[in-house]
Write a protein that binds this ligand. Structure first.
Ligand code: G3I
Length: 361
């Protein structure tokens, strides 16, 4: 009898704890927990700005520049081109049609000038981060043209001589033609050319770029973009260059595809910026922490990308999309952890920084 009681008790215990056991095992398999974080102590031999033949830039946030001395110190030490991550977009700049909020963007431009760094303005015309008064605007095509012209010329005019280059139009083209955005809908495809013309009129010295994502990995999209831009230039639009955002992973796109993209771009006369580089190492969210293996793969990738990018004809700069892993857009966008940048959340250089520096130097 005793044996039966014991077996019965064990059976009940197993049944009760089975779900928890299953969960723990599954979690361990899925996330590799407990997760062993990478262990590194990187001393870079120099800075990216000093090592590189072309400006090495970073997207920055005004509040962090103001309030976080370590963040600001990394920016001014390592980089010589600053891109406002959000401060120059229409929404942050234009709370209402008659009101411009220059404070944050002005702070970034002032900071750059004091750090002997250039400024790349981002972005004059986009379909995201629009102020509500634009999203709800109602008018004729001429009214929309007037609205957009007023915006482009006011912003470029405000920074004339202080912002060296602009992402004039962002993410307006997809395989098959123009993306169906609010600007395309109310003005037609001409808005792209108009925006470049207006920007050039407002600051003839500024270098003007069209900026888009996946151009190094989606060669159909790249063909479409280059074809549309070439047509615009043939009609007289002052488009100087193409911005390749380069939001990539440790694996995608392959180096071969990137080389093919670079060859395609080289057949045109555009200047080229790598405008928003980051290297996601946890695209599917499977890792709970930044492991040694992820760090080593990212170091190799940043090194390979640096070498590939420096081969781009008429390359005018490489900018990473954020200072540190503690402030990357990617985590909010993807909803899970990732560590895509050159500095970690404590502003320490990662192995990625060592790989990138080695390619630049
Ligand atoms: O400033 C407001 C704040 O007042 C509010 O409390 C908070 C919560 O709603 O939102 C804050 O605004 C956020 C803004 O970033 C500043 O942090 C927006 O919600 C958020 O959508 C915005 O995300 C930006 C995203 O563009 C918007 O699409 C990212 O920071 C920025 O890195 C990202 O950058 C884009 C490039 O401009 C174009 N290429 C793709 C790239 C990644 O999406």
């Amino acid at each position: 009898m005793e044996r039966k009681k014991v077996l019965g008790a064990v059976a009940i215990a197993v049944l009760i704890t089975a779900p928890l056991s299953y969960y723990l095992v599954a979690k361990f398999i899925a996330t590799g927990s407990p997760c062993e974080p990478a262990n590194y102590d990187i001393q870079l031999p120099g800075t990216f700005r000093d090592a590189s033949q072309v400006p090495i830039g970073v997207a920055v946030d005004a509040d962090l520049l103001k309030d976080d001395p370590e963040y600001a110190g990394v920016v001014s030490k390592y980089f010589n081109s600053l891109t406002p991550e959000n401060a120059m977009k229409m929404g942050p700049l234009r709370p209402s049609r008659d009101e411009y909020y220059w404070t944050d963007a002005d702070f970034i431009v002032d900071f750059a000038e004091q750090a002997n760094a250039s400024v790349h303005g981002h972005c004059l015309v986009w379909h995201q981060q629009l102020p509500s008064w634009v999203s709800s605007f109602s008018g004729t095509r001429d009214d929309w043209v007037a609205l957009l012209k007023e915006h482009v010329q006011a912003v470029v005019g405000h920074y004339k001589g202080r912002v060296a280059s602009w992402d004039v139009v962002n993410e307006a083209i997809e395989p098959g033609g123009y993306r169906d955005t609010i600007w395309y809908e109310h003005i037609g495809p001409e808005y792209l050319e108009y925006a470049f013309t207006w920007a050039h009129e407002a600051d003839p010295a500024a270098t003007l770029y069209y900026n888009d994502y996946d151009l190094l990995g989606d060669l159909d999209k790249l063909d479409e973009v280059l074809g549309v831009l070439n047509g615009c230039v043939a009609r007289g639009a002052p488009i100087d260059g193409v911005g390749l955002q380069a939001h990539v992973t440790s694996e995608w796109p392959s180096n071969g595809t990137i080389s093919d993209a670079i060859s395609k771009i080289g057949q045109y006369g555009f200047k080229v910026r790598v405008s928003e580089l980051d290297v996601a190492v946890n695209p599917s969210g499977g890792s709970g922490c930044f492991t040694q293996a992820l760090a080593e793969a990212q170091e190799a990738r940043y090194g390979e990308l640096g070498e590939l990018f420096l081969k781009i004809p008429r390359l005018t700069g490489i900018s990473v999309w954020g200072v540190d892993d503690g402030h990357t857009w990617l985590v909010g966008f993807k909803g899970h952890p990732d560590w895509p940048l050159l500095f970690d959340g404590n502003y320490a250089p990662k192995p990625a920084a060592r790989g990138f520096y080695a390619a630049l130097a």
